[in-house]
Ligand binder design. Structure first.
Ligand code: BTN
Length: 263
């Protein structure tokens, strides 16, 4: 199966964001190629680029994921982007921002795959029909107890139809589930619109107001999982954004770190 591709054009993206009143994503830095947009975004953040700025690349040569993993980043097909955020939230509430971003991205892509389940795998994956289509890598820069900035790196597989053997059994893309594959700009603008709404809500109200929506998208609930504490069944997202797991031995644990694997 051959892959589709399209071209990202800065003026078009900016015009569409402005036309929809979306401020997140502006200013926009668009490059053909970079090592990792998270690194470029950190450099820009150090130079005081504004809150909400977006670093977007057509392809990455050293795209990275959590826990030192590689993020496959071929050109012309997917979105590789990093937002520079300076969220007005106390540091003890910041950990939940990954889930908030996941929720916004999930809502942003759901409209392109009507009738197909778009779920969140705690803490940072968005799944389409239970396969990974989005990865999120949040990196915070702290100065003592103060958050200087947060880099929210988001990779969305949009048009790619074939994957490296290493990830072929777990990866998917929007194009593989959409009747008509959308272009990357349309997906980007939709995702940024939803992200803006959720991030503003997070600053105002914390995750309380979105717990119901987070729980409705929880792909681990009722499913067998493996987490740092062992194997068990997803038992829902807690009030503070942690994941509860009912271990096979009977104990109910709260997971706040590490990876959770769907079995
Ligand atoms: C993961 O699933 O482990 C997170 C993957 C995050 C990938 C995105 S692509 C844009 C940004 N730049 C990177 O190098 N990584 C993130």
């Amino acid at each position: 199966m051959s892959d589709d591709s399209d071209v990202l054009v800065r003026e078009r993206i900016e015009a569409e964001l402005r036309a929809r009143g979306i401020r997140l994503g502006l200013p926009l830095v668009l490059v053909d190629e970079t090592g990792s947009t998270n690194d470029l975004a950190s450099e820009e953040a150090m130079k005081d680029i504004a809150h909400g700025a977006l670093i977007l690349a057509d392809r990455q040569t050293r795209g990275r994921g959590r826990l030192g993993r590689k993020w496959f980043s071929p050109g012309g097909q997917n979105l590789y982007m990093s937002l520079v955020l300076r969220p007005q939230v106390p540091v003890e509430r910041l950990a939940a921002i990954t889930l908030v971003i996941g929720l916004g991205v999930a809502e942003g892509i759901a409209g392109f795959v009507p009738g197909v389940e778009v779920g969140l795998k705690w803490p940072n994956d968005v799944l389409i029909a239970r396969r990974k289509a989005v990865g999120i890598l949040v990196e915070a820069s702290m100065s003592g107890a103060l958050v200087r900035h947060v880099i929210a790196g988001i990779g969305v597989d949009v048009l790619q139809r074939s994957f490296d053997p290493e990830i072929a059994s777990i990866a998917t893309s929007i194009a593989l589930h959409a009747a008509q594959p959308p272009d990357r700009t349309t997906v980007l603008v939709e995702v940024l619109g939803h992200l803006q709404r959720r991030l503003e809500q997070f600053e105002r109200e914390g995750i309380d107001a979105m717990l119901e929506d987070l729980r409705a998208r929880d792909a681990t609930r009722g499913h067998r999982v493996r987490c740092v504490a062992g194997e068990g069944t997803g038992a829902g997202i807690a009030q503070d954004g942690a994941l509860r797991v009912q271990l096979a031995q009977g104990e109910l644990v709260t997971v706040r770190a590490g990876d959770v694997h769907l079995l």
